[in-house]
Design a protein around this ligand. Sequence first.
Ligand code: SF4
Length: 456
Amino acid sequence: MSSPSGRFDRAMANPLRASVMYPPDRALFAPFRIDVPVEETLSEAASPLDLYAHIPFCETKCTYCDYETVPVSRYTERYVAALARELHAVADALPRGTEVAGFDVGGGTPGVLSSGEFETLIRAVDLRFALAPEFEISTETTPTLAAADPAKWRRIAAAGVARVSMGVQTTSDDELRRFNRAPHTADRARRGMDALRAAGFPIVNVDLMFALPGQTAESWEASLEEAFSLAPDVITIYDTVYKNRGIATQAGVAGDAPTPDRYGRLYDAAYSRLTGAGYRSRYGSVNFSRVPGRLGTSRYLEARILDGRDYAGVGLYASSLVHDTWRFGLRRFDAWLAADGALAAESLYRLPIRHGMAKFVLLALSYGYLDAARFERRFGVPLSNVFAEELDLLTTRGLFSAADDGWELTPGSFRQLPGIRGLFYPEDALELLDLPVVRGREGATTPRTAGSLRRS
Ligand code: SF4
């Protein structure tokens, strides 16, 4: 059994490996694969649950992205029709009366859909699911798509979408060009924001990325100022390790591998600027909110991450987590289309509880804290019992402090986040922390996990 400090040091020695993604390599879960009908897994879902529809289409491929994406094509309409059928199939498989608290139309770039295609998906949910009183719909777009068609966004807002995230990522022309995002200029971000505001979305979010290869402190601050000037309700900042490993690999190739110290400095600069300007955030959280009573994400995403609420994903390689059963939809686009909305799985895993806890803790840390009561409700054991030594080490080193609701990251601790994450790894996952980050390993091409990341 390794010591907590040994685990911490091991993760800090290979920090790109200890991202928020758990497991860092899905080969780890090979022994936990199961082969049961998808319907059987959904029949165990708790109420309420969340729905996620994956739209894999993108206008171009950003160089840092290793998510499953598909070029925009003539298949979009057929894809959406099959998605609607898959939603019907999910409704048939759930226990009677299961309520749905949230519907996330994510991607990829869901903004490529027409308003009619959004309406098709929303109609399928309205028709087939009991909606919880707090039911909310959210989606994402690029600045270019937001700016291109204000009337379309008015119709999407009128169809009931309450929240839209615009993936600005950076406003530096040079960085946009290098990452194959040249069309998404600062000017389009401004016009996109105007269009989304005029459409009447109650919450508009802007996403930025930091520690991009070659990004300087000055260009990061310029992007922050530009985003700030758009006055979004929420600003979400993703470090590139948080995003995925693709960028980490690229950065390594370019001889510009981001270090935890660099992530920490850039995060701290943003934290100080945004909280100083009236955005609320717990230190370590990636979300900065001006919405009263909201942490920055949708309520249903918060419940999914901090309560471990079940969610069911539909679409290409979309993930679902129902209690301890983790499922991925079919991965090949032609195979997925041929299934025509029938429930199918590329892979299904039954996660041992200790691995479920690691996933839970790593995601919760993106809100800057671990909620003791919510952890105990989810797993039936106190957080302080399961992770007594780990919490003790973190508080002794001044990286965690006790809070009313659990434990929170302390100011400055962001630069030691890989070590903090590695501490919560189960023993049988530790060797993954030592492996080099290599593009193309199993799991290195990342499925879209419902609501895990926003990056269009
Ligand atoms: S970062 Fe977003 S827009 Fe770019 S390729 Fe990936 S999913 Fe598409």
